[in-house]
Design a protein around this ligand. Structure first.
Ligand SMILES: *Cc1c(COP(=O)(O)O)cnc(C)c1O
Length: 345
């Protein structure tokens, strides 16, 4: 079988969520947008619900409707994009809680679904989503009278603990929300790690649950193993892969493995990445193709059947460094071609 294997450890996932949830007094939600960061919402969301998560966050209403089908009626499902035109039926039928981003969204919501749950998203400085301070001042009393289930904002620089933006956004969020009765939420994974000043009533961890930075102590959740299709010995002067970008300087044993950039092994990792055969580190040779990668297995004893890309030896953030990216992008790029297995359920 030439299908690469993606194993997701649900016990590690649950342990990561629990660890983040126990860092303070706040209720921990769980962010499961983008198919649970690429790891499969059908398995991930029930595992987190079983661990005690009662409030889930998705990016768009369609994701929320799918999640409602998976989780049943009990958990609250919050939608970051708020109430978009055309979403009313989905929001009503799936009992979603839109995080309203503007006065326009507020009007749309109360007109289409009076009495239906909603939250408020405030912009405390990131300038991505949410009501600006002036907009909020105009709407605040009317909005609060209708009892939002959450008032939230998002930090731009929480993965850098010393960044002055964190303090600034905390101050702005406080000014906008101090004294209100509704539950408040500011912290994603980075904010949880900044400490309890940032936690308020509800936290919204995502990446840390899935084993990524900035949660340094996260257990690895995703494991990728890629079968070796063919082994060959190349001589000095011979080249490997498209564009002849790697030339052997010594006799080299090359394993061609069944994975490539179509599996989220980003082409920008070419010439930088490694895989592992047991305890032996094996460099990638030449350019990563769509479905194939050449790997130097000269130092490996015997004939390896598969090589490890993600797992005990290297994390999503190791790969991200090679690609000039972040762990989030590595996870959400993994794609659908893997044979997926869930362990620790
Ligand atoms: C994605 C997202 C989160 C989760 O962020 P992580 O850094 O993955 O923990 C929380 N809140 C909002 C608004 C988001 O967009």
């Amino acid at each position: 079988m030439a299908q690469a294997k993606l194993t997701i450890d649900l016990a590690a996932l649950r342990a990561n969520w629990r660890a983040l949830a126990h860092m303070g007094q706040a209720e921990a939600g769980a962010v499961v947008k983008a198919d649970a960061y690429g790891l499969g919402i059908d398995a991930v969301a029930p595992a987190l619900a079983a661990e005690g998560a009662r409030r889930f966050f998705v990016a768009i209403a369609e994701e929320g409707a799918r999640l409602r089908g998976i989780l049943g009626p009990a958990p609250e499902i919050c939608v970051f994009s708020g109430h978009m035109a055309g979403d009313a039926t989905l929001i009503r039928d799936a009992q979603l809680t839109p995080m309203l981003n503007s006065i326009d969204q507020m009007l749309r919501h109360v007109e289409a679904l009076p009495g239906h749950a909603f939250g408020i998203q405030l912009d405390s400085g990131m300038n991505r989503l949410g009501m600006e301070p002036a907009e909020w001042r105009a709407l605040r009393e009317i909005a609060l009278a209708q009892r939002p289930s959450l008032v939230m904002s998002h930090l731009a620089c929480a993965d850098e603990p010393g960044h002055p933006m964190n303090d600034h956004q905390l101050r702005v969020f406080r000014e906008m929300t101090d004294g209100i009765a509704a539950p408040r939420s500011l912290a994603a994974t980075g904010g949880v790690l900044l400490g309890s000043d940032y936690h308020f009533d509800v936290t919204r961890p995502g990446i840390g649950i899935y084993g990524g930075l900035p949660f340094l102590d996260a257990l690895p959740v995703a494991f990728v193993d890629i079968p070796v299709i063919q082994l060959r010995d190349v001589l000095p002067g011979e080249t490997v892969g498209y564009g002849n970008t790697w030339t052997a300087e010594r006799p080299t044993r090359v394993a061609t493995i069944a994975g490539g950039y179509a599996d989220g092994i980003l082409r920008s990792m070419s010439h930088k990445a490694f895989l592992w055969a047991g305890e032996t580190r094996c460099p990638v040779l030449g350019r990563i193709s769509m479905d194939l990668i050449g790997v130097d297995v000269s130092a490996v004893e015997g004939e390896p059947e598969s090589l490890e890309l993600l797992g005990r030896h290297q994390s999503v953030d190791t790969l991200a460094d090679w690609a000039g990216s972040i762990g989030y992008e590595i996870l959400t790029s993994l794609g659908t071609r893997y044979a997926r297995a869930y362990t620790g359920a």
